[in-house]
Design a protein. Structure first.
Length: 146
């Protein structure tokens, strides 16, 4: 959090911030205004985390019934968080004429326009679903890493 960096010259990791309590903040050598701001930020973080946990639980329960969810989870790099993102963002896979259309929608193919060996424009680089592009990039990173 910024007040710790400004007043203490130290940084706190994200996981450590989540474990802070109001008493921990009161024990810090910072001013009362900064402490109040940190407590407010901490309360917001906890409230948001509760909402995120609830959404993830509901989506997980909903998506686990789908046969495509189980197929996605069997792919290296795709787990219980990325599978619902891919499943819900893709929708009915039958709406794509072939694999190339799906890959294009996921922004997983290049869009270069080449004429006579020279690139002519950038194409539709922003066309498609950026959430799917992110999910597949994450899946690829996890697959390589683990």
């Amino acid at each position: 959090m910024n007040p710790t960096a400004r007043h203490l010259g130290a940084t706190i990791s994200g996981s450590s911030v989540k474990e802070l309590t109001a008493d921990d903040i009161d024990a810090m050598p910072i001013g009362p205004t900064e402490a109040l701001g940190m407590k407010a930020n901490l309360a917001i973080m906890h409230a948001l985390q509760m909402q995120i946990d609830g959404i993830e639980t509901t989506l997980s329960t909903h998506c686990r019934r789908d046969k495509d969810y189980r197929r996605l989870c069997a792919v290296a790099g795709i787990g219980p968080i990325l599978a619902p993102v891919i499943l819900l963002e893709t929708g009915d896979i039958g709406r794509f004429a072939d694999e190339g259309n799906d890959a294009s929608y996921c922004r997983c193919v290049g869009s270069a326009h080449i004429s006579n060996g020279k690139e002519e424009g950038g194409g539709n680089t922003k066309n498609g679903n950026h959430f799917l592009a992110w999910a597949y990039a994450e899946a690829a990173n996890f697959a390589v890493r683990y």
